[in-house]
Write a protein that binds this ligand. Sequence first.
Ligand SMILES: Cc1cc2nc3c(=O)[nH]c(=O)nc-3n(C[C@H](O)[C@H](O)[C@H](O)COP(=O)(O)OP(=O)(O)OC[C@H]3O[C@@H](n4cnc5c(N)ncnc54)[C@H](O)[C@@H]3O)c2cc1C
Length: 391
Amino acid sequence: MVGRSDALLDPAGPSPDVVIVGGGVVGCSLAYRLAESGLRVTLVERGELGAQSTGRCAGGVRKQFSSEANVRIQQLAFELLRRFPDETGFPCDFRQIGYLMLLSSQDQAVSFRAQLAMWHRLGVSEARWVGPDEVAEMVPALRVDDLLGATFCPTDGIASPNDVTQGYAAAARRRGARIEQGVEVTGIKVEGGRVSGLDTSAGSLSCPLVVVCAGAWSSALVEPLGFPLPVVPYRRHIFVSEATPAVGPDTPMTVDVATSFYFHPEGGGALFGMGEADERPGFELDVDWGILERMEPVIRHRIPTLLDAGIRTGWAGLYEVTPDHNPFIGAIPEPEGLWCACGFSGHGFQQAPAVGLALAQMITGDVPAVDLSAFSPSRDPAGGNPEENFI
Ligand SMILES: Cc1cc2nc3c(=O)[nH]c(=O)nc-3n(C[C@H](O)[C@H](O)[C@H](O)COP(=O)(O)OP(=O)(O)OC[C@H]3O[C@@H](n4cnc5c(N)ncnc54)[C@H](O)[C@@H]3O)c2cc1C
């Protein structure tokens, strides 16, 4: 861990070209890419790197998204995850065990058949339709008699959020980025319509560019400057079971689309979670063990033998949700010099590798490797088609 350094506030020291607020996976990925492009980068994190949403996430990585823009981001993200150990010198435990989307209603089946055609058109040719019998062969513990089918992409999978974050942070440091932990940004300073610096718990800092990568806390930094950025926190839980024959090491990440219940193999057991219909926004992170009782009927219906396994651990983290479940990525129109990458609505771990690269290219004036214009902070986030709200 890199501790707070007085040099951060050293008026004689060189000012950074850009300051990134937030040291989750998104901020660290961006820090690496900006430092790689030769900019003087400082990343300011009020806690420890990757300790918030990133460190509490399920690690799912898929190409099966409902919008073309998200599929394209994921195609680049997969390429970057495959190259991650070579690029950064760190492992990322990328396990391509596949993602299996279980579909039990006619509406879902129609929607996912249309998405499958779109995935094929974009080059995700390995994704395919799977009938209930084949689903049962793939995951024998599942109940399949009410399924119309599933989509399966064998190259989807899981990776380690901690490894990816620490790997990008270490690679950023190697390229000269400063990473300051235990320092909170308390305000963004503006002079003459331009960003001029930051106030922090360790004093003030001058810089012409600020990128807000503060996850569920991003609105509080941007909205005081007069730009609405609706990113709303919702608590989501994860539980990990003791070892169970219901879920083996090669069992795909499995999502019950109707309920959002999902599971994947983890340390001999199963990691699982589910959203709830009546969630209320808030920053609370205490574990509500009562959710296990509310999940019980869903698990009993879909994978009853999972209930035979004890619970090893559980935790909660924040989804950072926007009205259309898509992130805000890009320049904020005013003040000049203010950028953001936040509001990933439960998909930010898997999008971070591609977003870090493409956003760095936008900031430095290069052509981005993937088009992020659909995610502009200036769009109407209440219009358009919302992205699916599952893991
Ligand atoms: C239970 C759960 C399961 C999930 N599963 C998946 C999954 O399977 N796949 C997937 O892709 N995504 C998943 N996600 C979503 C994913 O975790 C997030 O989208 C992603 O981690 C967002 O990364 P981030 O860097 O934007 O935010 P964060 O990781 O939250 O980082 C933001 C950082 O900013 C810091 N910060 C905030 N305000 C300030 C300030 N004023 N000054 C300094 N620092 C500040 C915070 O301390 C924090 O460290 C899941 C999330 C949860 C909660």
